[in-house]
Structures are given as structure tokens and as C-alpha cells.
Design a protein around this ligand. Structure first.
Ligand SMILES: [Zn+2]
Ligand SMILES: [Zn+2]
Length: 179
């Protein structure tokens, strides 16, 4: 399958001397959306990756922030709203020849430097998904919907049914007394 990297950094400009650094600053987008429950980062939404890569003995350390703006649906009032996401990536990429051999079970956790490149797409995607809340709220004190009629209680803070319900029951009660 043809796979195009969006967030990939060549290491040609980074010296392998421990402590050598190179800044990362890139805005790109994935063509496909990223979804988690009620939160979606639409395809082609800009994602900003800013940080630093640092040479360490066995590889390259990446320390970067990831920022994007997702669309979310409030879990209480169902309103759609823009949700800024800010994640961070701290990962070590290991040169293939420095890959530890003794613990093959942990291979999945090792980021390998492939073809002199840092390939960050999966890390960027994972960092974004982890920041997507399971129970998004349009605001921390969202009042939600009226459980009786569904009106948005944020827009109608004084909304209530108790008066009309009481009046109806009162009417019935009086009718009962009269008959
Ligand atoms: Zn809400
Ligand atoms: Zn109501």
C-alpha cells in the first residue's frame, strides 16, 4: 500500500553528536479524519507540530507539541462546538543498529529510525486521539437539555415545567373534590 508521510523529518541536518539539536516546526494535515466518539478532527484540518529533536547516544529524542482544532458534540446538550486540542509527544527513536535485542517482546514500543527519517505520523495521530475527551462538554457547567421537552437549558436558564404540571394536578385534584 502506498503510504505518504505527512510528518516526517530527515535526519541529514542533525549531527549524531549527543546533544545536537534541530528544531521541528511544521503544519500539515491528514487527508482522512480522526474520530473518537463525539469528537472528530476533520480530514485536511491543519495540525501544528512544534518542538525539538535531540541526538542522544542510541538515537534521537523527539519532544514536540501537537495542536489542532477538532469538532465535538457536547455530551449533555448535543450542540456542536470547536474543541482545541493540545497534545505532546516525547519519544525516543532508535537507530536500527542500536536496537536492543535482548527484549524482543517490547519491539512494538520501539520507534525505529527508518531510512534516516523520523516518521511521526502515527505518533501525531495517537497523541491527538488521546487528547479527545470521551465525554466532551461545550463548557464545564453545561446545563444540558430539559429531560421533559428537550429544550437547551443553556439558552433558557429559567426554563421549568413544575408550574404547569402543578397547575394541572391542582386542577385534577379540585375536580376530584367537586365530583
Ligand atoms: Zn453543552
Ligand atoms: Zn422542558
Amino acid at each position: 500500500m502506498f503510504h505518504q508521510d505527512h510528518f516526517a523529518w530527515p535526519l541529514t541536518r542533525l549531527r549524531r553528536t549527543a546533544g545536537a539539536q534541530l528544531a521541528i516546526d511544521q503544519t500539515d494535515a491528514f487527508p482522512e479524519p480522526i474520530n473518537a466518539g463525539l469528537v472528530t478532527l476533520a480530514g485536511d484540518s491543519p495540525i501544528q507540530l512544534v518542538g525539538m529533536m535531540t541526538s542522544v547516544g542510541e538515537g534521537v529524542l523527539v519532544d514536540a507539541s501537537v495542536e489542532a482544532t477538532a469538532q465535538a458534540q457536547c455530551s449533555r446538550c448535543l450542540t456542536s462546538f470547536e474543541l482545541p486540542l493540545a497534545a505532546s509527544i516525547q519519544e525516543l527513536f532508535v537507530y536500527p543498529e542500536r536496537r536492543p535485542l535482548e527484549d524482543s517482546d517490547s519491539d512494538e514500543d520501539i520507534n525505529l529510525i527508518e531510512g534516516d527519517q523520523l516518521r511521526l505520523d502515527d505518533l501525531v495521530r495517537d497523541a491527538i486521539v488521546l487528547e479527545m475527551p470521551l465525554i466532551p462538554l461545550c463548557r464545564p457547567d453545561c446545563a444540558g437539555l430539559c429531560p421533559i421537552c428537550g429544550v437547551n437549558l443553556n439558552d433558557h436558564p429559567d426554563h421549568q415545567h413544575s408550574d404547569t404540571v402543578d397547575a394541572r394536578w391542582l386542577g385534577l385534584a379540585q375536580w376530584g373534590k367537586l365530583s
